[in-house]
Structures are given as C-alpha cells and as structure tokens.
Write a protein that binds this ligand. Structure first.
Ligand SMILES: Nc1nc2c(ncn2[C@@H]2O[C@H](COP(=O)(O)OP(=O)(O)O)[C@@H](O)[C@H]2O)c(=O)[nH]1
Ligand SMILES: [Mg+2]
Length: 441
C-alpha cells in the first residue's frame, strides 16, 4: 500500500505549504546514487550513505537504493534510457512518492524526470535546502533559507507549480518555518530582492557588533566542521550552553555565541557554534548564509571539529577546508578529533600519528577538554610565563585583569611586580606602556 494512504505511517509534523496547514505522511523514497565516468563505486559509497541520512533527517523513508553508472550525462534526463526504464519500473511497482538523485539536476532534467516517473523528483541540493528549512529557528536563518530556496526554485517553477500548490508536504516543497514560498514566477524576483535587502541589513548589524567586539579586543573563537561532527555538543560542554544537539544532519543552521573563561584572565572570550558543512553544499546556501557564517569569517581562531569515528575523516576535513577558503576565513585553525569514545585504541593511535598537532576529545564524555582550552589559550594569548615588571601603582588594577600577581615590591614611585601571565598579553601590555619588562629595560 502506498504509505501516503496508510494511517499508521502518518508523520505528525505539521507543515505549512500553499495557504493551508496539512499533516503529511512519510514519503517513500527511491534513492539514486550516481557514478560518473572516472569515478568508482567506492568513491560514491560515502556520498550515498550520507544521502540516506539526509533523507531520514528530512523525515522521509529511504525505502529503495539504486546506483547507476552514467558515462555520458544525458542533457534531457541526466541518466540514460535503459536506467530510466528500470527506475520507472521500480518506482511504479513500489509506490514510490519521491525519487531522489545524489547529484545536481538542471531544472529541465528535473521537470522531464517528474513527467516520466509521475512523482516528485528531488536532487541533492533540493534535499539539503529542505533540511535547512526544517531546522531554521532564528529570523535570520529563516530569511537565509528562504533566499536560497527562492533562488533554487525560480528556474524550476514551471515544472513544480502544480505539485507545490495542490499536493505539497514533501521534500523540496516546504519553506522555512511558517513561510509560504513565493511560487508565482512574476513575483519571485521581487521577493528575492526583498530578502537580499533584509539580509544586508542584518549583515551590517553583525559587522557593527563585531567591530565593537574588536574594539574591546574580545577574541572570537569559532567552532567549525562537518555536519554532525559534534560542534554543538562541544560548545555545550565547554560553556554549559543550551545548544541543540541531535544525531541529525544540519541540526544547527543558526549561530550561537557564548563566553569562555580562561584561568587568570578576567574578561572571557567569545566562542561560537555555527552551521556545519557537507560535500557539495549548495553554493546558493553558502551565499545566502553569509551573515551567519560571519562568525567564522571574522574569527581569530577556528576550532575545526572532526568526527573521529567517521570512515572518511580526510574527505570531511578537505570539504570543510574548501568551504572555509570559499568564505575567506583568516583565523588560525586547531584541528580537534571528537567522539574518541567511539573508536578503539588502534584507530586513535593511527589518527594521532597522522595528525600529531591535533587534539583528541570526547565532547559527550567531557574528555580532553582541559587540553583543548589550554590550546585555545595558547593560540589566542600565548604560553603561560613568569616575568618581572616595573609599573606605576595606578596600573596595578589593569595588570591584574590579565594575569596573576605573585609578588609586589614597593620602590619610591613605582612598583616591581612578579607576574604569571600569557606571553602575548605581556607583550601587548608592554607595547602599550602599561608595564615595563625589568630584564629588557
Ligand atoms: N559518542 C559520542 N557522541 C557524540 C560526541 N559528541 C557529539 N556526539 C553526538 O553526535 C551527534 C551530533 O552532535 P551535534 O553536537 O549535534 O553535532 P553538530 O552537527 O556538529 O553540531 C549527537 O547525537 C551527539 O550526541 C562524543 O564525543 N561522543
Ligand atoms: Mg550543531
């Protein structure tokens, strides 16, 4: 029986599509992995596994998985005739609601395939956008998702309109939050422009916020990494933040900032969590998420969290590095392997050999966090050191904000103090003439 008609399969999630709220059933999905010329099946296995998780996260049932070799992309249908006939047969005899391709389809290919399969056809980009729409919480994230979706939808409206207006409720048809996506091709450009303007305003506010942070010299540390690596869990463990964590892809599509206190330094630094990355992250999403991603772009230090338990850490690392380059981050990077509680000793040692400068932690079990905090402190403020300085008595208060005063000796009109302080802070206080290094004088 088609699951759409099976009351036991009703998914209780309420969605807003078109102009009425409806309950949707779990869509039964046929997943199509694609192996292009020069690619091997092994290359694509991870991507297909990821696609399966994405489909589950979107609330659909990845019922059947097929892999097709495509030596030459058919401009009309992407895959060749033989494969189409085969997939059409599988789709019909299994009451498939949606066929999901692990690649990017052109609007025309999507339209053509919809006509052939007589059900929804979604590509990887549409699927990722859909999950972002489900998870967007803040006003900013909602606007960003709506912009990305509108840009994606615009050239596709001709082939989609009917499904959107009359059926609705499946992957690729819902907007973020309560938003009704603009599906009138005459109005969509106006909406896109409006969204861009609103986002520009938010971006400006963010830049103002970050320049006041810079003026106060408050360092910004940004947690970045592949989706599901454990970024939000790490923020939570480091700061007791109330971050939302879930074993889902793209559970976080906003950014969250918290304070992190370093021993002996009075003012905390700011640490932020943000949206994760994935292979083939739609460029329209990266462009739309500019204001959210500013926390990474502007960060003094990036904590690159990697899931130690994934089979393909290198692939995740290079994907993240590529996107960081794209958004033009400039901060130094600390590589952090998370979830070490999920791997055995031998695998851990292999990673340590391969990444000797990385830090190995379990955010969930709170292991290795002290080491990580110390590394953050070193990167931002330098190594801990002791020194002897000459200061005016009136500067004692300032100095004690940045380190620990071990001993004070009164001279006629100045003090000689013995200090324990981070080296970069010592240097900066000397440069600013707050204190003077006795041994270098
Ligand atoms: N076993 C284990 N699971 C973890 C650890 N850190 C995070 N997780 C789990 O991994 C999943 C994704 O975590 P989350 O913080 O939401 O990842 P994010 O997408 O990077 O923010 C959740 O189910 C977490 O409970 C860890 O150190 N060990
Ligand atoms: Mg998260």
């Amino acid at each position: 029986m088609n699951q759409r008609n099976n009351p036991n399969q009703v998914n209780k999630r309420l969605l807003t599509v078109s102009d009425r709220d409806i309950f949707v059933t779990v869509q039964k999905a046929l997943l199509v992995g694609i192996i292009l010329k020069n690619e091997t099946r092994a290359d694509k296995e991870e991507s297909l596994k990821e696609l399966t998780n994405l489909v589950k996260t979107a609330g659909s049932n990845p019922a059947i998985i097929q892999t097709k070799r495509v030596d030459k992309i058919d401009p009309k249908t992407f895959i060749g005739k033989g494969s189409i006939i085969e997939l059409e047969d599988i789709s019909k005899s299994n009451d498939i609601d949606v066929v999901i391709f692990d690649c990017e389809l052109t609007p025309n290919q999507q339209k053509e395939l919809r006509a052939i399969f007589q059900c929804d056809v979604v590509d990887r980009t549409g699927l990722i956008l859909d999950i972002f729409a489900l998870h967007a919480q803040s006003k900013e994230a909602n606007l960003q998702v709506e912009l990305a979706m509108s840009v994606y939808l615009k050239p596709r409206l001709a082939g989609l309109g009917r499904t959107l207006n009359q059926q609705g409720g499946g992957i690729g048809t819902r907007g973020p939050g309560e938003t009704k996506l603009e599906t009138d091709s005459r109005l969509i450009d106006k909406r896109i422009n409006g969204l861009r303007k609103e986002l520009k305003k938010i971006e400006k506010q963010r830049i103002v916020q970050s320049s006041s942070r810079e003026k106060n010299n408050t360092p910004l540390v940004s947690i970045v990494g592949y989706t599901n690596a454990g970024k939000s869990t790490l923020l939570k463990s480091l700061t007791d933040a109330d971050a939302y964590t879930a074993d889902e892809l793209f559970a976080t599509v906003d950014s969250l900032q918290r304070e992190l206190k370093i021993d002996n330094i009075q003012d905390p630094l700011i640490i932020s969590d943000t949206v994760g990355f994935i292979q083939n992250l739609p460029t329209t999403l990266i462009e739309s998420f500019k204001s959210t991603l500013l926390v990474a772009t502007k960060a003094d230090l990036l904590i690159h969290v990697v899931d130690a338990a994934t089979a393909v850490p290198e692939l995740h690392i290079s994907t993240v590095d590529q996107i960081l380059k794209q958004i033009e981050t400039t901060g130094n990077q600390i590589m952090v392997f998370n979830k070490i509680d999920r791997i055995d000793k031998a695998s851990l040692n292999q990673l340590i050999d391969k990444y000797p400068n990385a830090i190995f932690i379990s955010s969930l079990k709170k292991k290795g966090l002290t080491k990580l905090i110390e590394r953050i402190a070193i990167e931002i403020y330098g190594e801990d050191a002791n020194g002897e300085f000459k200061i005016k008595p009136s500067n004692l208060e300032i100095v004690s904000k940045y380190g620990k005063i071990l001993n004070v000796q009164n001279e006629s009109d100045y003090l000689i103090i013995e200090l324990n302080m981070r080296e970069k802070l010592m240097d900066s206080l000397c440069v600013n003439k707050v204190m003077e290094d006795v041994n270098n004088a």
